[in-house]
Design a protein around this ligand. Structure first.
Ligand code: SAH
Ligand code: DHB
Ligand code: MG
Length: 226
């Protein structure tokens, strides 16, 4: 077999994985098409990552899930499919137009009744979630400079045993640059410092390569909320 260039190879392997383990899905395909048609950026999680989110939710029997960063609702569809029957997902999005696309996508996927899209800056809408807490699973995937603040909120809105998943924690290795003046990089670096020293969580991170390049996800387990 011809040796593919790295990016091409990663994408081809992602396709192979998706073909065998994820499969075709009309609702997800329609969601991505609607996202593109609305001019939203293609920065949704990859299909194999989306399925990982669903499986994690199923593994812990998630009844309440919180997502920060909805975009067109692609990851929200996966997360909501992982809910136990009668469960509920709240997803936070700053952009009203994205939220509208997401609502349509979720309704088309048959998930309109179990998902609520709340519009506003997450730092403004998170304080209103105390009554809906504790969440069993929280997926953080919004503006990266705020990731440390979102992690703090995620722990506050958790119970012992909750999972916190954070996207984009590698960014092609840019996170290694301690002197970076990129606020995205500094946000993620601060997240690692907090996650590595906060006695309330125990976590790890995995590098990912694939259709979305070289990046990574962190997974934290909340051990105590006190
Ligand atoms: N989770 C989605 C992708 C999210 S992209 C998926 O995988 O399908 C990041 C999203 O975070 C964008 O839609 C962006 O508008 C939103 N966002 C950015 N800043 C935000 C903020 N301060 N509060 C809430 N959402 C924000
Ligand atoms: C990008 C990717 C993401 O998964 C995200 O949440 C934000 C931005 C990107 O590739 O630019
Ligand atoms: Mg992301």
């Amino acid at each position: 077999m011809k040796r593919l260039e790295t990016d091409e190879l990663w994408t081809a392997v992602d396709c192979y994985i998706a073909d065998h383990l994820v499969g075709d899905d009309a609702a997800l395909t329609a969601a991505l098409e609607a996202s593109e048609a609305a001019g939203l950026p293609p920065i949704n999680v990859a299909p194999n990552q989306g399925k990982l989110l669903m499986l994690l939710a199923q593994m812990i029997g998630a009844r309440r899930i919180l997502e920060i960063g909805t975009l067109a609702g692609y990851s929200a569809i996966w997360l909501a499919r992982g809910l136990i029957s009668g469960g509920h997902l709240i997803t936070l999005e700053v952009d009203a137009r994205s939220a509208e696309v997401a609502r349509t996508n979720l309704a088309r996927a048959g998930l309109g009744g179990s998902v609520e899209v709340r519009v506003g800056r997450a730092l403004d809408t998170l304080p209103g979630l105390t009554a809906a807490a504790p969440f069993d699973l929280i997926f953080i995937d919004a503006d990266k400079p705020s990731t440390p603040a979102y992690s703090e909120w995620a722990i506050k809105l958790s119970r012992p045993g909750s999972l916190i998943v954070v996207d984009n924690v590698v960014r092609e290795g840019a996170i290694l640059d301690a002197d970076s003046d990129d606020p995205h990089v500094q946000g993620i670096r601060r997240f690692y410092e907090l996650a590595g020293t906060d006695p309330r969580v125990s976590g790890t991170a995995l590098q990912t390569t694939g259709a979305k390049g070289h990046d990574g996800i962190a997974i934290l387990r909340v051990t105590s909320t006190a």
